[in-house]
Design a protein around this ligand. Structure first.
Ligand code: SF4
Length: 461
C-alpha cells in the first residue's frame, strides 16, 4: 500500500479515546516530500527517504490531539479535497493551514459545512485573515490554541461555538502539552519543538508577526529531551523557528541529549552568523546528533537584507561561517530568496556564485512571497504591487507582486534559470561527492535532499 494512502493514515493516526464527539483534523496538502508532487516521486524512493531523513507533519495538529480531553474521539487525515471522505461520522472538523493551502482548505471546509458538520479553521493563514476564513467555517482560531481548544470543544458540544477564538495571553511553556502520550498511536514522522517564537521581526516573516509569536519562549530542557528519548523515530527535526536565538539554552539542550546517551539524528534551524562564531555550539550540536543546520541566508546582497530588516545576517561573513560549520562535520541546507527591493538583475548570478564558492550542500532557491499578515504584504499592498490574491500561487515559486528593479517575468525566468544551474547534474554530483568528507550517512542524506529539491521547484519548465 502506498505510504500516502489516506486510509492508512486514517488508521495510523487514529487515537482511541472514549467517544463523546468525533473530531476530524485535516492537513490539506498537494505535495509530498520536499514539495515534489506525489506522482513525480517513485514510491520506492519515498520509502527509502522516509527511513533516512525526517519528513514531519505540522506539529499543530498533534498538539491539538494532545490537548483534546479523553472523552472525545479524534483522528487526523491529510490529502487533497477529493481524497477526503465527507460521509465519515464526524461532529467537528478542524483544519490548520498556511497560505498556499488556503484554497484547498476552503474547499474541504465548504464540503463539510454543506453536510452540516461544524468546521473550525486555524493556523498561519486563518490567523492572518480571520475575516476571510470565517466565510468558510463556524469558528476561526487566531494564533496559539493551547488555552482555547478545550473551551472551544466544550462550546461545540453545547452548540455554542463563537465566531472567533483568540487567547488573551501567550502560552506559558509549561502549558505546551507533551506529545509523548500520542507517540504510540502514530507512525508518521513528527518533529520536536523546544522553543517558540522569534523576536527578530524580519519584514517578510509570517512567524514573528503572528500574535505572541514575537515572544521567544523555551520549554524546560528536561521535558524536551524526555520527548526526544521517547520519540519512535531515529531521525527528527527541531521545528523551532531558530535554535540560535538563545545559544545558552540550546547548548544546555544539546548537553542533556549527550548526557542521556540518546543516539538519534536531527536537523535544526539556525542563524549563519551565530553559528559562524560559536564553535562550542557547533561542537555540541555535532555531539548531540545534529547532521545539518537549516540556514536562511535569504540574500547575498546586504542592501536587500537591510531592506527587509533582516538584521541577523552579514553577507561578508557567509563564507567563513559556512567553512566553520563544515569543520564540525555538519552540512548546510541553505535557503536563498530572489525579489527583494534591493535586488537587481545581477543578483541571480551572484547568488549562484556564492552557493558554489561557499559549497552550500543543499541549496534552495525561492521567490519572495509576501504572506498575508506580514508588514511586507501590507507595504506592497499599499503600494499597489500585489499582482494576485490567488493564494495557491503563494508557494514561493510564482511571482505574486511587482518587483522593484525588474519585471515579474524577469524575476520568474531568472529564478528558474538560477535554480537549473544550481541543480545541474554536474553540480549535484559535485555536492554529493564533497559530502563524503562528512560520513556515509550524511552523503546519502545530502544526495536525497539534492534529488528531491531538484524535483521540487520549477520542474514544469
Ligand atoms: S530570524 Fe527567521 S524566524 Fe526570526 S523573524 Fe527573521 S525570518 Fe522570522
Amino acid at each position: 500500500m502506498d505510504f500516502f494512502n489516506l486510509e492508512k493514515l486514517l488508521k495510523t493516526t487514529a487515537i482511541n479515546k472514549n467517544r463523546n464527539m468525533n473530531i476530524l483534523l485535516v492537513n490539506p496538502l498537494t505535495h509530498s516530500l520536499y514539495g515534489a508532487e506525489y506522482e513525480d516521486v517513485p514510491t520506492i524512493s519515498r520509502k527509502i527517504a522516509l527511513k533516512l531523513i525526517e519528513f514531519p507533519r505540522p506539529i499543530a495538529l498533534f498538539l491539538l490531539v494532545a490537548l483534546t480531553p479523553d472523552e472525545h474521539n479524534i483522528r487526523i487525515v491529510e490529502g487533497k479535497p477529493d481524497d477526503i471522505d465527507y460521509d465519515v461520522d464526524v461532529d467537528l472538523v478542524g483544519i490548520s493551514f498556511t497560505t498556499r493551502y488556503a484554497p484547498l482548505a476552503y474547499q474541504i471546509a465548504d464540503r463539510f459545512m454543506e453536510r452540516g458538520v461544524k468546521v473550525v479553521l486555524g493556523g498561519w493563514h486563518p490567523s492572518a485573515l480571520p475575516e476571510e476564513a470565517i466565510q468558510h467555517a463556524d469558528s476561526v482560531v487566531v494564533g496559539e490554541a493551547e488555552y482555547i481548544w478545550p473551551k472551544l470543544l466544550e462550546d461545540a458540544k453545547n452548540n455554542k461555538l463563537k465566531r472567533f477564538y483568540i487567547q488573551d495571553k501567550p502560552v506559558d511553556v509549561m502549558d505546551i502539552p507533551s506529545l509523548t502520550s500520542i507517540f504510540n498511536d502514530i507512525d508518521v514522522p513528527i518533529g520536536i519543538q523546544a522553543t517558540r517564537g522569534c523576536p527578530h521581526g524580519c519584514e517578510y516573516c509570517a512567524i514573528t508577526h503572528m500574535i505572541y509569536r514575537n515572544i521567544f519562549r523555551a520549554r524546560p530542557v528536561e521535558i524536551v529531551v524526555d520527548e526526544i528519548e521517547k520519540l519512535p523515530q531515529e531521525t527528527f527535526i527541531f521545528f523551532d523557528n531558530s535554535l540560535t536565538i538563545s545559544p545558552r539554552y540550546t547548548k544546555r539542550l544539546f548537553k542533556e541529549i549527550v548526557d542521556r546517551g540518546i543516539n538519534k539524528k536531527f536537523t535544526c534551524f539556525g542563524n549563519i552568523n551565530i553559528l559562524g562564531r560559536d564553535e562550542e555550539l557547533l561542537f555540541l550540536s555535532n555531539e548531540a546528533g545534529c547532521v545539518a543546520w537549516l540556514v536562511g541566508f535569504e540574500s547575498v546582497s546586504q542592501e536587500s537584507l537591510d531592506s527587509v530588516k533582516k538584521k541577523t545576517n552579514v553577507v561578508k561573513n557567509y563564507k567563513s561561517a559556512v567553512a566553520k560549520i563544515h569543520d564540525y562535520n555538519l552540512f548546510i541546507v541553505g535557503n536563498f530568496v530572489f525579489g527583494f527591493d534591493g535586488d537587481g538583475l545581477d543578483i541571480f548570478q551572484e547568488t549562484v556564485d556564492m552557493i558554489k564558492t561557499c559549497e552550500i550542500d543543499v541549496p534552495d532557491i525561492m521567490i519572495l512571497t509576501p504572506l498575508p499578515g506580514t508588514p511586507l504584504f501590507r507595504r506592497l499592498d499599499a503600494e499597489n504591487r500585489i499582482l494576485t490574491y490567488d493564494w495557491s500561487k503563494y508557494n514561493f515559486e510564482n511571482v505574486v507582486f511587482q518587483p522593484k528593479n525588474m519585471t515579474p517575468e524577469e524575476l520568474l525566468i531568472n529564478s528558474r534559470l538560477a535554480f537549473k544551474e544550481v541543480y545541474s547534474t554536474s553540480n549535484i554530483i559535485y555536492r554529493v561527492a564533497k559530502a563524503f568528507r562528512f560520513s556515509m550517512y550524511k552523503t546519502i542524506d545530502v544526495a536525497i535532499r539534492n534529488f528531491y529539491l531538484s524535483k521540487k521547484r520549477y520542474q514544469k519548465t
